[in-house]
Design a protein around this ligand. Structure first.
Ligand code: GLA
Length: 729
């Protein structure tokens, strides 16, 4: 296959994706593993000189008196700890003697077609002809610790997936830090792009210049979080949206993470990502292993647009699984913003009836159908249907909805326990907490200790029993608080430091069980909106609720930050009622529909109560969804203008793979007086083809649309929008 080659004489590994090369060199008598190059694809491998081992008189085998000078500047593939590299380490331990040092040397390697599964973890995948893997076995002889660096090179996308497996062959020790990937590279005037937010405003883009010192982002909340996202991109100073070098790093994980960049004295950066070491301490007995989650690396010379395309292709083809991977999703109507907790069978059926008439395909019953949950203070854990509300029982409701020609979906929050619940009365020790300390409540609930098998089994069976009881075709799996008071009543003292990661492993195990037992189920993950929108969850659910903020204008920003790395098919997006429940803004129903079309598309409103003129638009929007969804799901997404940057308007485009069709969404957020039209240059079309805008007679040459552009006339008012469908002719 030849995507990965070892040049024995030069002790060089060369890893090639379609357009990038990654080069690793083994140096010195100590067999240090050095990072030589990551960038545009190279023909030649003979670039070991870039490791600068001959520059200074510092190579340990030649001048051991200045060994720290070598270690502190050598570009390490996976830096050890505490022996003279004063930059941030990737791995650290605590031995029985209390020592923290780790120093790794190359021992051997394996190159093979395909990609191994990572036990218990979500990960990208590929068949033997789609990717190739390098395993570099390194060792710390003093500790008897083996560290296997895994690199999988994809042949159809410019992606390298990296993870680390640690095997303890020595005395028992604790791993106190084990990141998944590290990149030491010369600075290229890098700017760092990261995503930050809060509840209802997730994944806002932030740029900053990489300066001397250290910067980064993280979650220590036990989940990915609303606040920071486990992604970063380094853009070379001269790169743009459409050109130039960009390095993207994204963590396929759903728990605590650390993403860090350091610029050192020699103007070399160190970028690293992995499980956050804070409160992490994993015991490794002799013979035990630890596998890290993976980081996916993208390199492109095609600017931000191409970075986005590489991530989209990777996730569409090598991460998302199941029946809905390449399938149009049913248009749903969710009752959360319609009724909150105040609903019963009759109310739900009245919504379903109207929705079915207008072409909506699935009713989702949200929070409040179980225990005695009439507000958010109670009953999590008691997953028994409340027949005072769901009169006639759940099966009756589902059957009635099915009779209307609609599918039925349901909401769960399986990881939680309310203090006011039968479950808590029976098993107070199932909540995560520290003995003798009153645990902190959040939304009046605690988190179940998913490190315990009996707890996972209980929570899973609650969900499964309900799904087995009726024809339920969709689940929204929610998680509405973050972890605190980290303590398990079951883990021994020397394994309490494993709780955060074991929690995430427990969650993955439960979701794997769910998609295995119910292979036809459409699963949508959610966490107080979009706090667990991450590639880890995408392995189990092909779509994730993007944000509790459904305001069309706020969504432009949230969806821009999300679509930067995630395919549009993954973004849960609904049309909701106005004034918007989060920001009180009133936007046209049409604009709300246009913005939601960029995601999974659905409704979240009381369809029996909304104004007649809005209702009338629904069949039109339903038709648009059916007309454009294949294109939106499968096409290439391009950013044309960002409201976040220009404060006036937003524009994005999706182009079909064969370049015969494109959909342009233009939203004029704020109108300006005497501003007659805007010129928009399209992207991704074939310059040699001719195109027409649907509904117009004019024929445009592809290159005209790309380089000269079209004029979009000023729309009257704020929050107005327009869709343009371009077809080749
Ligand atoms: C979270 C979700 C919402 C809704 C509520 C129910 O906030 O993001 O969509 O399901 O929980 O409590």
């Amino acid at each position: 296959m030849g995507a990965i080659t070892f040049y024995e004489q030069d002790r060089i590994f060369k890893l090639d994706t379609p357009n990038s090369s990654y080069v690793i060199g083994i140096v010195d008598e100590e067999n240090f593993v050095g990072h030589v190059y990551y960038g545009k694809k190279l023909r030649d491998y003979r670039i070991g000189y870039l490791l600068r081992t001959k520059e200074g008189p510092f190579v340990p085998s030649e001048n051991n008196r200045d060994r720290t000078s070598f270690l502190d500047s050598f570009p390490m593939e996976y830096p050890g700890n505490g022996v003279g590299d004063y930059r941030r380490s990737s791995i650290a331990v605590k031995t029985a003697g209390g020592h923290v040092a780790v120093s790794l040397s190359y021992v051997s390697h394996r190159i093979y077609p395909g990609k191994p599964m990572l036990p218990g973890l979500p990960a990208t995948f590929g068949a033997e002809k789609e990717c190739e893997t390098l395993e570099l076995l390194c060792e710390d002889k003093v500790l008897g610790l083996q560290v296997v660096l895994l690199y999988t090179v994809f042949l159809d996308v410019d992606v390298i997936a990296r993870s680390v497996r640690v095997v303890n062959q020595g005395e028992p020790l604790y791993l106190t830090k084990v990141l998944s990937a590290n990149l030491d590279m010369d600075n290229k005037d890098f700017e760092l792009l990261t995503l930050h937010g809060s509840w209802a405003r997730e994944r806002m883009m932030q740029w900053r210049k990489v300066g001397k010192g250290f910067c980064g982002l993280e979650s220590v909340r036990g989940e990915t979080s609303h606040q920071d996202h486990p992604f970063m991109a380094l853009k070379a100073g001269d790169a743009t949206q459409t050109n130039g070098e960009v390095y993207g790093m994204h963590f396929v994980y759903s728990g605590n993470f650390l993403a860090q960049v350091e610029l050192n004295q020699h103007d070399v950066i160190r970028a690293a990502m992995g499980i956050h070491p804070e409160n992490f301490c994993w015991k490794l007995e002799k013979g035990e292993e630890f596998q890290t989650p993976e980081v996916v690396l993208v390199y492109t010379n095609g600017g931000m647009d191409d970075m986005t395309h590489q991530f989209h292709e990777l996730y569409r083809n090598h991460l998302i699984r199941g029946e809905y991977k390449n399938k149009k999703r049913p248009i749903l109507i969710n009752n959360w913003e319609a009724t909150y907790f105040d609903f019963d069978t009759e109310k739900l059926l009245s919504i379903a009836k109207k929705a079915a008439e207008l072409g909506i395909e699935m009713l989702v019953m949200d929070d409040g159908w179980f225990g005695h949950r009439n507000d958010d203070n109670t009953s999590l854990g008691d997953w028994f249907v409340n027949e005072n509300k769901i009169k006639g029982g759940l099966k009756y409701l589902v059957d009635e909805v099915n009779k209307l020609g609609m599918k039925f979906g349901i909401w769960f929050e399986p990881e939680m326990i309310s203090p006011d619940s039968e479950l808590y009365k029976a098993h107070p020790d199932w909540a995560i907490r520290v003995p003798n300390r009153t645990p902190s409540l959040c939304r009046n609930q605690y988190v179940l200790d998913l490190t315990r098998k009996e707890v996972r089994d209980y929570a899973y069976e609650c969900v499964a029993k309900i799904l087995r009881s009726a024809n339920i075709e969709y689940v929204k799996w929610d998680m509405n608080r973050q972890l605190s008071d980290i303590g398990s009543m079951e883990l021994p003292a020397d394994r309490q430091g494993e709780l955060y990661h074991r929690y995430v492993l427990g969650l993955y195990e439960m979701q794997e069980r769910l998609v295995t037992e119910f292979p036809h189920l459409l699963l949508e993950n959610c966490s107080g909106g979009g706090a667990r929108f991450d590639p880890g969850m995408l392995y189990y659910s092909p779509q994730i609720w993007c944000s509790d903020d459904t305001d069309a204008v706020e969504r432009l920003k949230i969806q821009e930050g999300t679509a930067l790395i995630y395919p549009l098919s993954t973004m849960g997006a609904h049309v909701s009622d106005c004034p918007n429940h989060t920001v009180g803004r009133v936007t046209p129903f049409e604009t709300r529909g246009h913005v939601a079309l960029a995601g999974t598309f659905g409704y979240e409103l009381d369809i029996t109560k909304i104004p007649e003129e809005d209702k009338k638009l629904i069949p039109e929007q339903v038709a648009m969804y059916h007309k454009y969804n294949d294109l939106v799901r499968e096409g290439d997404y391009y950013r044309i203008a960002s409201y976040q940057e220009n404060h006036y308007f937003d524009c994005y485009e999706v182009v079909s793979k064969d370049k015969n069709e494109a959909l342009i969404t233009f939203v004029q957020v704020l109108n300006r007086p005497n501003y007659r039209s805007r010129r928009i240059c399209l992207k991704g079309l074939d310059p040699e083809k001719n195109y027409r805008i649907e509904g117009e007679k004019e024929i445009y040459a592809g290159d005209t649309l790309l380089y000269a552009g079209i004029q979009i006339a000023n729309l009257w008012g704020d929050f107005q929008s327009k869709l343009l469908h371009i077809v080749s002719c």
